[in-house]
Design a protein around this ligand. Structure first.
Ligand code: SF4
Ligand code: ZN
Ligand code: ZN
Length: 330
């Protein structure tokens, strides 16, 4: 099997694009695809400052590598240490290694001394680990992007997961959730950072192939809390079958969804509210993070987090700051 563009052997087949590509042309193809997505969804302008949320998994290291290769933005890698035992220790070390190897500024946010650790928070409430974890990461990354004056926050959600979330939200008739799923959620000045998903149209197999071909370090152990319910498994299987029958099906679905949600967005963001405790975006009097930490830890922690970010990150110019000494991880 020869590469579509040169005489080299192809290492990957992209059924949706009807292309077989060699290692070099595959990397070039993904880079162009990333640039087209940034442009198509008006994610950020050339030279912007972008925070990349990096868990250390294949998706986030691939996103960071491609963004960094594109030279489109000045990047800050941010990892939130979730304090989930061995899984978090490996993740912190992987993000550190990846950032150092690629000469990237990075910041490891460790708030465990304030009781912000996923196992601890989960033990104090009845919420599922992933919902607590998602809320903590969203809060910290939003606060950090705003408080350090970055233009956008990039996360590595890919097409396979996004398509599942859209169909699942529709089946559950959860329209609030459905309309929030978007390749770009524009900022609300002072309250919410711009959130972007540059891998919105990337398939998981493309990301994994790239990470392996280019020898990127990534965490392959699973989080012990990872759990996919029956509906998610069912929807994933259904969408995979649809993609097999009609390559490119997921991307068409995602593009139609984005057209619809992006045109509805301005009305929804017309009346944003500020949390009475921390001042960031909120749907009620207090934001979900402050409400949750007030219940679990006895006080709303939004301002504590914002102070930590400003003191530790801003004071050191956001360069290679960490809440734990390097010798205590790995
Ligand atoms: Fe957090 Fe759930 Fe992911 Fe574990 S699986 S890192 S708890 S979101
Ligand atoms: Zn080639
Ligand atoms: Zn708050």
């Amino acid at each position: 099997m020869k590469c579509h563009y040169c005489d080299r052997e192809a290492v990957v087949r992209l059924p949706y694009a009807k292309l077989n590509l060699c290692r070099e042309h595959f990397a070039e193809y993904l880079l162009r695809k990333l640039e087209r997505s940034v442009e198509r969804y008006k994610m950020f302008g050339r030279g912007s400052k972008v925070v990349v949320g990096v868990s250390g998994g294949k998706d986030s290291v691939t996103l960071t590598k491609l963004l960094s290769e594109s030279g489109l933005a000045k990047l800050l890698v941010v990892h939130v240490n979730l304090s989930i035992g061995e899984y978090s220790r490996i993740s912190v070390e992987t993000v550190r290694r990846f950032s150092v190897e690629h000469g990237l500024d990075y910041l490891i946010v460790d708030l465990s001394e304030y009781g912000i650790s996923i196992p601890e928070l989960v033990a104090k409430t009845r919420r599922s680990p992933c919902s607590v974890c998602g809320m903590v990461k969203r809060y910290v990354l939003n606060a950090l992007t705003l408080d350090l004056g970055y233009d956008a926050l990039a996360t590595a959600h890919h097409a396979d997961d996004m398509a599942v979330y859209i169909v699942k939200s529709f089946l559950l008739q959860d329209y609030d959730q459905l309309y929030k799923i978007s390749p770009v959620n524009y900022e609300v000045p002072g309250l919410a950072a711009r959130k972007i998903k540059p891998l919105y149209e990337f398939y998981e197999f493309e990301i994994e192939t790239f990470a392996k071909l280019y020898g990127l370090p990534f965490v392959s152990v699973k989080c012990p809390f990872k759990h996919a319910g029956w509906l998610e498994r069912y929807v994933r299987e259904l969408l995979d079958k649809a993609e097999e029958e009609s390559p490119g099906f997921k991307i068409s679905l995602l593009r139609s969804h984005a057209r619809r949600t992006l045109s509805m967005r301005s009305a929804e963001q017309a009346k944003p509210k500020a949390c009475a405790s921390c001042g960031l975006i909120s749907s009620g009097t207090e934001c979900s993070f402050c409400r949750f930490t007030r219940r679990a830890l006895g006080q709303p922690m939004g301002l504590v987090v914002r102070r930590w970010i400003i003191e530790q990150a801003a004071a050191s110019g956001t360069r290679r700051v960490t809440g734990t000494p390097p010798s205590s991880v790995g």
